[in-house]
Design a protein around this ligand. Structure first.
Ligand code: 5GP
Length: 237
């Protein structure tokens, strides 16, 4: 039976599960986009790599007490997740300055943020995902101050857990983007994906970039660096 396609994003297709109304099937695509969709390419194998990496990371987070929408990996490029309504916020956590913050605020590359810096962006392609403050976030998404504080606190815990996971495979977690959604019971849960598409990952010894920046900047082969991350995670987790 054909599954019902609910939504197609830049990196994933979202299907309704045919066995449980509260479950979705996420299908990871081979497409890569950057600069709000201006740069596009296809990489054979990217969907499988991100599905496998994201599945391993969601499981490792669960082992560290962090819940998410993830239920299980289904096959090479799909996974089953709890149905959540995505809150249109991109929660960014930064441990090391690079990317948009260096240009926006004139902060020197590689400045360490201790404690990590949290930022909110409004998830809206037509507006180019603008940086917003807490009041904008509450106004635009309808979440309460308490919920927003809960999301930020959870994002910091996720940062701690992911830093430990990546440190164990010789990788520095530079920064990353999270999305949260509300499940049927009203609980706010980590959703979307955690992968080299959404995290900046630098080799701890050489500072080599092992994430989507190699595509954004045209400096390396996306598939081989994603494979490197998956191989190291599989050897450790
Ligand atoms: P920046 O704001 O420096 O461009 O990105 C900060 C971090 O969030 C990076 O790890 C980047 O990969 C992630 N990020 C920010 N916006 C997006 C987005 O729209 N899509 C994806 N996949 N990652 C994003």
């Amino acid at each position: 039976m054909e599954l019902e396609l609910l939504y197609e994003g830049k990196a994933k297709k979202v299907y309704q599960s045919d066995t449980n109304v509260n479950h979705l099937i996420l299908s990871y695509k081979n497409d890569a986009t950057a600069f709000n969709g201006e740069k596009k390419a296809q990489f054979y194998g990217k969907g499988r790599l991100n599905n496998e990496i994201s599945s391993l990371l969601f499981k490792a987070l669960e082992d560290k007490g962090i819940q998410s929408h993830f239920i299980k990996r289904l096959d090479s490029s799909t996974q089953i997740v709890q149905k959540t309504d995505i809150i249109p916020l991109e929660v960014i956590i930064r441990n090391i300055a690079t990317g948009s913050i260096t240009k926006r605020l004139g902060i020197a590359e590689k400045t360490l943020f201790e404690p990590a810096l949290a930022e909110l962006f409004y998830k809206d392609d037509s507006l180019g995902d603008p940086l917003i403050n807490d009041e904008h976030a509450m106004y635009l998404t309808g979440i309460t101050m308490e919920e927003l504080n809960g999301i930020k606190e959870e994002a910091r815990k996720i940062n701690q857990a992911l830093m430990e996971i990546f440190a164990s495979i010789g990788v520095r977690l530079v920064d990353f983007k999270l999305e949260f959604g509300r499940n049927r019971a009203g609980k706010i849960l980590l959703s979307d994906e955690v992968s080299p598409d959404t995290c900046r990952l630098w080799d701890a010894r050489t500072n080599e970039k092992l994430d989507k920046d190699v595509f954004r900047q045209g400096t390396g082969d996306l598939i081989s660096v994603y494979e490197e991350i998956l191989n190291r995670l599989e050897a450790k987790l």
